[in-house]
Ligand binder design. Structure first.
Ligand code: FE2
Ligand code: FE2
Length: 152
């Protein structure tokens, strides 16, 4: 592994881990909503606020001119379409999070346990999948095509 490739691998450690932990926390809050219903709505909103702030900060760093995406673009030009797809997921994840926050703020008559729980679980898995796909690309970059295979 050369120095240039080692850099993104080092950089993904803490930040990615924090995001995955917050996504796992969202699953735990979704379980609470599943068992308690509307009384757990305030916990869900609080968790979504924290998750939203962390995701926005995380994505901003990844999208910096010398951030993760610029590094992947430079190092894996043959994966440009896949990289663009993942970058676009940032917007989609934040839209889903905002939509779930609005649903979690619904007053009791229009509150929908099943829908809130399903959307929270989907969002948590979307976030985890996104992070793990980024990590795969970082390792592909670090190890090179021969060592990693073609991916997907
Ligand atoms: Fe990302
Ligand atoms: Fe990430």
């Amino acid at each position: 592994m050369d120095d240039q490739a080692a850099k993104p691998v080092d950089a993904i450690g803490g930040a990615e881990h924090e995001i995955v932990e917050l996504a796992e926390g969202l699953l735990a809050v979704a379980d609470r909503v599943a068992s308690e219903g509307h009384p757990a709505a305030a916990s869900l909103r609080g968790h979504l606020d924290e998750l939203g702030a962390s995701l926005r900060a995380h994505y901003a760093v990844e999208e910096e001119p010398d951030g993760l995406y610029a590094t992947l673009d430079r190092g894996l030009p043959h994966r440009a379409a896949r990289i663009a797809e993942l970058l676009e997921e940032h917007e989609r994840i934040l839209e889903r999070l905002d939509c779930l926050s609005r649903r979690a703020s619904a007053p009791l008559p229009s509150w929908d346990d099943d829908r809130v729980v399903a959307e929270a679980r989907y969002l948590a898995s979307f976030i985890r999948r996104h992070e793990s796909h980024e990590i795969e690309l970082v390792y592909e970059l670090a190890l090179g095509d021969e060592a990693y295979g073609s991916g997907e």
